[in-house]
Each structure stands twice: as structure tokens, then as C-alpha cells.
Design a binder for this molecule. Structure first.
Ligand code: G1P
Length: 248
């Protein structure tokens, strides 16, 4: 519901707030395309129709631009009709939490592996080179090992209560490296946090997540938390890697 960004988000979905000249969601879609993703499922809400429209053809605008010979603007809009990309959407009727939102996409995703992207986390320095492209690297790691992937980065200790926090094997983790994930906890108090590595809004899962999510009870903030489902899977011996993002 974008409550942390009120009043800007009172009538505009937070995903459509502009960063310079493009809405936030546009950067996310570019990140996904550069990682080789070809199907995107937006989990949205009845108040966010503008989000679905953003990725649809706007015949009226295109017709007007064409009749006024504004070909540059027309080209700009047409460049957004990406070849080989399907954007679909499902609705989450009630804000019951991130875990619940993801579960809404199960009928479309089914038994495939998939990425979860939280579009309010914007990552800079997105490069098309595989060794620098975080998401592509996480997908590669998943394909090579079968392990779930969770992107992390360090945050100041006084902010750990605003994020999912992870405990990893080994003393430290450099950018671009992965480590075995031991434990995750959603928004712990500073004294209870196992580290200052926070979950950064990019994940890769296999279909086993569906089973876990469907039995995950409301946790932090009274919401069904993805972090709790991951912790449930860790307890059942599923293996995850924490991947340290490259960039900011
Ligand atoms: C969500 C996740 C949290 C993660 C954060 C990243 O929290 O639940 O684990 O660290 O995104 O931004 P939210 O920001 O929705 O409270």
C-alpha cells in the first residue's frame, strides 16, 4: 500500500513513482530482461490498474503521436513493447503480507523455478555482463546447484529491525560471493540479529516454496512473511545460498 511513502502514494502506486524519467517498475523490468527473464507476473491490487496499463499498448497516445508526426516520442513508447517478454498480473485482494502476495502467483508459475523481485528495492550498476549482473548470477547459481538464492547486503546495525536478516556460514562475504544460509529472521531487534546482512529484495526459489508458504502463519507485523517460509524450509533441510549483491 506504499504507506511509507505517503502522501506521494495516496493515489499513485509506489511502483510508478518516477526516478528521473522512468517509473521505478521500468528499471525493474530492464533488470529482469538483462537477466534473461521472459515472463513477468505482477502481483497487484484493484487500486493499481495504472501499473498493468503501463505495460500495455496505449493506442490513443500512439495514434495521436503518429497523427502529429511526433516520431521520436512514438519510438520511445514502441521501445517498451519488448519482444519475447510476457507481462501478466494477478491480484492480491488483501494486504496479508509478502508471503501471501507471492502465493497469489502460484497458479501462473506452477512447478517452475522463479525469481521474486521486490520492486521498491532499486539496484544500481546493473550491467549486462554476466559476472556483474546480480540476478543473472543468482539464476546461474540456482541452475548449477538447485539451491534457493537470497540476495543480501550489509546494513548499519541500527537498521536491522527494518529488514529480513540472515545468518551465514563463514566469517564474511564479499560482493559477488555466495555462502550457505543457516538462519533467517524478519525484522529482529538489534540485540537479536544474527548479523547485519539484510535480505535485499531478490530471491530465486523452486516449487517447494509453495508447500511451505501455504502453511506459513502470520508473523512480524501480523503479516504472512516470506522470510518465515524460508526459515521453515531451512528447518526441513532445503538449502539456500546468500548472494552478496554487487553495487548499491
Ligand atoms: C521486505 C522483506 C524483508 C526484506 C525487505 C527488503 O520487507 O520482508 O525481509 O529485507 O523487503 O526491502 P518490507 O520492506 O516489505 O517490510
Amino acid at each position: 500500500m506504499g504507506t511509507r511513502l505517503l502522501p506521494a502514494t495516496k493515489s499513485i502506486p509506489k511502483e510508478l513513482l518516477p526516478i528521473v524519467d522512468k517509473p521505478l517498475i521500468h528499471y525493474i523490468v530492464e533488470e529482469l530482461i538483462s537477466a534473461g527473464v521472459t515472463e513477468i507476473v505482477l502481483v497487484t491490487h484493484s487500486s493499481k490498474q495504472a501499473l498493468e496499463n503501463y505495460f500495455d499498448l496505449n493506442f490513443e497516445i500512439e495514434q495521436t503521436l503518429s497523427s502529429k508526426s511526433k516520431y521520436e516520442d512514438l519510438e520511445l513508447l514502441r521501445s517498451m513493447q519488448y519482444d519475447n517478454l510476457k507481462v501478466m498480473s494477478v491480484r492480491q485482494a488483501k494486504p496479508l503480507g509478502l508471503g501471501h502476495a507471492i502465493l497469489c502467483a502460484e497458479p501462473i508459475i506452477g512447478k517452475e523455478s522463479f525469481a521474486v523481485i521486490l520492486p521498491d528495492v532499486l539496484i544500481d550498476d546493473i550491467s549486462c555482463q554476466l559476472d556483474k549482473d546480480n540476478l543473472a548470477k543468482m539464476i546461474q547459481n540456482h541452475e548449477a546447484t538447485g539451491n534457493g538464492q537470497i540476495m543480501v547486503h550489509p546494513v548499519p546495525e541500527e537498521l536491522v529491525d527494518q529488514f529480513g536478516i540472515v545468518d551465514i556460514e563463514g566469517a564474511d562475504l564479499e560482493e559477488g560471493e555466495s555462502a550457505n544460509l543457516r538462519f533467517v529472521v524478519e525484522k529482529p531487534a538489534k540485540n537479536d540479529a544474527p548479523s547485519n546482512f539484510s535480505i535485499t529484495g531478490r530471491y530465486i526459489f523452486g516449487p517447494a516454496l509453495w508447500v511451505e508458504l501455504s502453511k506459513t502463519k502470520a508473523g512480524s507485523g501480523g503479516e504472512i512473511q516470506l522470510t518465515d517460509a524460508v526459515q521453515g524450509m531451512l528447518k526441513e533441510s532445503h538449502t539456500f545460498d546468500a548472494y552478496h549483491l554487487v553495487g548499491k
